[in-house]
Ligand binder design. Structure first.
Ligand code: FES
Length: 106
């Protein structure tokens, strides 16, 4: 079901923001002028990814530096660059309608 997030000018390019929509904590990532929405919390030890940073189109956790591809939610590097597999994030379809970011939540 499509839900409103916030106005599209509510996030700057190359910024990470958290928001709760319909009770779900989400990460909004604006990367190269594209908007991606995933779960907010790192699948390693539940650090908020809003505290992380963007590196080469990936979201990097500030705690032990796991990396996620926000397009797919896929964990592309484990904590501390190790090989321990961690779970992927869920990623959600997005669109912009009437200058408002929308997310398709289950
Ligand atoms: S909590 Fe995110 S990498 Fe450890």
């Amino acid at each position: 079901m499509w839900s409103e997030v916030f106005k599209s000018d509510g996030i700057k390019n190359n910024e990470l923001k958290s928001v709760t929509v319909r009770g779900m904590p989400l990460l909004i990532a604006s990367i190269n002028n594209n908007i991606y929405i995933t779960d907010l919390y790192c699948t390693h030890e539940q650090t908020s990814l809003e505290e992380g940073f963007i590196d080469k189109c990936h979201v990097v956790c500030s705690n032990h530096f796991a990396e996620f591809d926000p397009k797919t939610g896929k964990a592309v590097a484990g904590p501390d660059g190790g090989d321990d597999p961690i779970k992927d994030l869920k990623s959600y379809r997005t669109k912009i309608e009437n200058d408002t970011i929308m997310v398709d939540l289950p």
